[in-house]
Design a protein around this ligand. Structure first.
Ligand SMILES: Nc1ncnc2c1ncn2[C@@H]1O[C@H](COP(=O)(O)OP(=O)(O)OP(=O)(O)O)[C@@H](O)[C@H]1O
Length: 295
């Protein structure tokens, strides 16, 4: 038998192998064109209009020319590999990056057509309108009641004790916590379970009647039951608020959001209806990420 035709004599004779992309190794067709996002990054009824946004930490550019609208009363999820800039971009929406000395934000960022970064803007008022819930529940070392009453007190939202009581009760009800805590409002918040503490932080955020709630991986410190409870809550809150959620869980993004934004190395690669992102993504990098090839 003549085996000459099948004998590999050098590396160049090797059959071509298909490579699977990993984090630093992108498929050739997966080039990112800076400032270009595939899908539907814009909205007919934007709450936030974000244009050519760049964020620097010192000399390092963490956000690279991102333009996006966030619609009124939509739930939008930010997903992408670790370090791609999801939290940095989220924190621009209520100027949480102001507290980081080396951080600079450039571009057009508007909330209801008003410049978020206008130097005359009252940042305390901005953060009352655009509340935030963090990864790790961070209740104040105060009573359950005082945690929720804190914001309304500093913003002067209640003139009488009975008004404040109503705000506290309504906020705890909306956060699905009232029945569990109504008989121990004076108990210290730090004695609650992690899931209860996170729902308390959500109650605290909504007590000042925000228009937007930003959530930075709100369930990452919670068990599956507490996570399910917070996800139900997001669905209920989405009727009244715009919600922006950063999540590492694609299942969570699929369960709670209307649109999903995929970030990669500081770029916004794709924004689309959530069902589309998870069933037929338009960009090869999104596809690689959601099929678990990297990230
Ligand atoms: N305070 C900071 N000082 C300097 N660099 C920072 C700071 N915060 C974030 N970065 C850098 O900015 C980039 C984006 O980080 P960011 O935390 O926004 O990403 P992320 O997608 O939210 O990541 P993760 O999913 O791991 O939370 C990273 O390179 C990170 O190292």
């Amino acid at each position: 038998m003549n085996t000459m035709n099948t004998t590999v004599t050098s590396e160049t004779d090797m059959p071509e192998e298909k490579t699977i992309p990993v984090a630093d190794e992108q498929p050739a067709e997966a080039k990112i064109e800076e400032g270009t996002t595939v899908g539907h990054p814009f909205s007919d009824d934007p709450k936030f209009k974000l244009r050519n946004v760049e964020v620097f930490y010192g000399e390092d550019r963490a956000i690279k020319n991102i333009s996006l609208d966030i619609g009124r009363n939509e739930v939008i999820a930010f997903i992408g590999p670790s370090g791609c800039g999801k939290s940095t971009f989220l924190r621009c929406l209520n100027r949480m990056n102001d507290s980081i000395d080396i951080c600079r934000v450039k571009g057009g960022l508007e909330l209801d057509d008003e410049d978020i970064y206008d130097s005359r803007r009252d940042v305390v008022e901005l953060r009352a309108r655009v509340g935030m819930v963090f990864q790790k529940p961070n209740p104040f070392p105060k009573s359950i009641y005082d945690n929720v009453a804190y914001g309304p007190r500093i913003h002067g939202l209640a003139n009488r004790k009975s008004d404040l009581d109503d705000i506290v009760e309504n906020s705890l009800r909306k956060a699905g916590l009232w029945e569990e805590v109504k008989d121990r409002l004076d108990a210290t918040a730090t004695g609650m379970s992690g899931g209860q503490q996170q729902r308390l932080c959500i109650a605290r955020a909504i007590a000042v009647s925000p228009e937007v709630v930003l959530m930075d991986e709100p369930c990452s410190a919670l068990d599956p039951i507490a996570t399910a409870r917070v996800e139900e809550l997001i669905a209920e809150l989405s009727e009244s608020y715009t919600i922006v959620i950063v999540t590492h869980s694609m299942q969570q993004a699929a369960r709670v959001s209307n649109r999903t934004a995929y970030f990669h190395l500081g770029h916004l690669v794709e924004v689309n209806e959530t069902s589309k992102v998870f069933t037929s993504p338009e960009h090869p990098l999104t596809e690689s990420y959601i099929t678990g090839r990297f990230g």
